[in-house]
Design a protein around this ligand. Structure first.
Ligand code: ARG
Length: 608
């Protein structure tokens, strides 16, 4: 049988396959061309947003400001102050070039032009995505390679919930970029070169003279080892502190025995970090602080030649306008966090040739990065604001406990990450078993299935609870909230997704075949509203990539599942005359949801 009329032809599809523009971008271009016809020679930015009043799908907000700025101009349309304000509105509307995206336009009050998107166009766009894959909705960003510096715990010190935030948010940023066809260098800038190593190494030598033979057992739990050595270090009566300080120098001078001990300690720490990353499904490449050590001197030489480095009471500093200076060599001649970061930035720009470098740390380090970036700009490493390469500090707030203070558990000072994930999983499993028992479905589940499902839901819940907040704010860690199946939680979304999958399954149709043979048509308003929401995926993602705000994706995902619920309440799917079209809409919703889950590092569950 021949394909239905409305199906877009393959040649057309192939041409559009890469670099499909988002709806918003397309509309912006239409508005831009209207603006240049309305007010030739004036370079006015299109102001376009999702319609709030509900008269259209999008609204153009240029009219008002255009009117006031043109009141006194010589343009006949605008020179008469008695003209009604909607005049500029109408001009914008009338000058919109014809387009197959637009179904209708109208003016609303003096301020807006409403635009209604063509329903056929929405339907075709969704079908195109189903045929060619969601990757055709990748946003177009102006860069090819980025460094994402995230997670970055400190060796031998605890990897705390702050590092968990960095890991989770950083992974999402990296995934969004990767989807947008950017090559991402996922960098774990571990603190493996600090002064703590003198203390640790000296302690190791003292406690275990035969450490090379006993190796890992000697150190055992690195955090307790760190604690014990710190106690000794802080004890004023012993000469340990002095020895520890000498050990740092010997390590940095490359003395064999000290390097070997350093390597061992790093290795143990690395294994611990690795287990967390593996559990979270996060990939990272370690390039720790020590890696950049050889670059510090030449970089500082360059900065000195450029006249940026001055001396201040024995230290070397870079003066930063309006801020305290950036110390690049300490009084004792040693390098610090900032010296390493300067070298790392130089390396990323010049060797790795990254066009965008983003750093994920808590907002407490905002000033450090501000000073670092200012120094780099003064050195001429970074061009003007609107050009690449660019740097960006992606800060985030604290994780708070239910008591409103920094998150801690009762028995330990810091929450061990793995325990936290285990807890989420086991609570999920208990909930799941209870629910399945109530529904009489428990017999359909193997223990292995229960286990994998609880792991997916539990871990997803922890990640989502973090990502859904505006990252700049603090958030309260609450198992009860994140594991609730109501409201904006990953658990709710997993159920919503699994339900869509079961609807599709119940129809027992070959979805791939439907995708190419059938077509989507909207009959009910809620059907169209869902469709419109689906195609907005691309512009939401584009905005999330630009502003580096993962919570845009969560907001989108949640409202998508709400739009789906609304559709499913008012439109029968299986067994209705519109079954095939509606199944395709279900499928598209599920595909988009899964892609969002993927960005958020959440494993989707198909059966619940
Ligand atoms: N290790 C640091 C910390 O735990 C974070 C490093 C962030 N990256 C950087 N290039 N400074 O606070």
């Amino acid at each position: 049988s021949s394909p239905p009329e409305s199906q877009t032809q393959p040649q057309q599809l192939a041409a559009a396959e890469h670099g499909l523009e988002s709806v918003k971008r397309k509309l912006c271009r239409l508005v831009a061309s209207s603006l240049s016809a309305t007010v030739p020679g004036l370079d006015v930015e299109p102001m376009l947003e999702e319609s709030k009043a509900g008269f259209g799908d999008y609204q153009c907000n240029n009219a008002m400001s255009l009117f006031s700025s043109l009141r006194g101009s010589s343009d006949a349309n605008f020179q008469n102050p008695k003209l009604p304000k909607p005049q500029s509105n109408w001009a914008i509307l009338n000058n919109l070039p014809p387009s197959d995206i637009v179904e209708s336009t109208s003016v609303a009050g003096p301020g807006y032009v409403n635009i209604v998107i063509s329903s056929d166009w929405i339907a075709q766009r969704i079908q195109h995505m189903l045929i060619y894959g969601i990757k055709t909705w990748a946003p177009t960003l102006p860069i090819k390679r980025a460094v994402v510096d995230f997670s970055s715990p400190n060796i031998a010190k605890e990897m705390h919930v702050g590092h968990l935030r960095s890991t989770i948010i950083g992974d999402t940023v990296a995934r969004m970029f990767e989807f947008a066809n950017i090559e991402v260098l996922r960098r774990n800038h571990v603190g493996d070169w600090g002064t703590q190593f003198g203390m640790l190494i000296e302690f190791l030598f003292e406690q275990f003279p035969n450490w090379e033979e006993v190796g890992n057992q000697a150190i055992g739990d690195l955090q307790s080892f760190y604690k014990a050595s710190k106690e000794k270090f802080d004890n004023k009566e012993s000469d340990f502190k002095v020895k520890a300080q000498q050990a740092v120098v010997r390590l940095q001078q490359g003395e064999e025995r000290y390097r070997a001990a350093w390597k061992k300690i790093c290795e143990i720490s690395r294994n611990e970090f690795e287990s967390v990353y593996k559990r979270l499904g996060v990939e990272l490449e370690e390039k720790g602080e020590s890696f950049y050590n050889p670059y510090i001197l030449p970089v500082l030489e360059e900065l000195t030649k450029k006249g940026l480095v001055t001396e201040d009471k024995g230290a070397q500093i870079i003066l930063i306008e309006g801020q305290s200076a950036l110390i690049v060599v300490k009084k004792d001649g040693g390098f610090n966090y900032a010296s390493t970061d300067l070298a790392a930035l130089w390396y990323r720009l010049n060797v790795e040739k990254a066009e965008l470098i983003v750093y994920l740390t808590d907002v407490g380090q905002k000033l450090h990065f501000h000073k670092l970036f200012s120094a780099a700009s003064m050195a001429g490493w970074l061009p003007d604001q609107n050009e690449y390469p660019k740097t960006s500090h992606v800060g985030f707030g604290l994780v708070l406990g239910l008591d409103g203070k920094r998150f801690r558990t009762r028995c330990t000072e810091v929450v061990r990450l793995v325990d936290l994930l285990d807890e989420a999983k086991s609570q999920c499993k208990a909930q799941l078993i209870e629910r399945l028992t109530e529904n009489g479905k428990i017999a359909d589940w193997t223990n292995d299935e229960l286990d994998r499902t609880s792991e997916a839901i539990g871990l997803g819940a922890v990640k989502y609870a973090d990502l859904k907040n505006n990252r700049l704010t603090n958030y309260t860690f609450s198992f009860e909230k994140m594991l609730s199946d109501k409201g904006n939680t990953a658990v709710y979304l997993q159920y919503a997704h699994a339900r869509i999958c079961s609807i599709i399954e119940k129809a027992s149709k070959d979805i791939d075949e439907l995708t190419t043979k059938a077509s989507i048509t909207f009959i009910h308003a809620d059907e169209r509203a869902l469709g419109l929401h689906i195609i907005r995926f691309q512009e939401v993602l584009e905005q999330a990539c630009t502003d580096l705000f993962p919570h845009y994706l969560c907001d989108y995902l949640y409202s998508l599942s709400e739009a789906f619920s609304k559709f499913y309440t008012s439109c029968q799917v299986v067994g209705s005359p519109e079954e095939t079209s509606r199944l395709l809409l279900c499928q598209a919703t599920a595909v988009v949801m899964r892609q969002c889950f993927n960005f958020l590092g959440i494993t989707p569950v198909y059966k619940l």
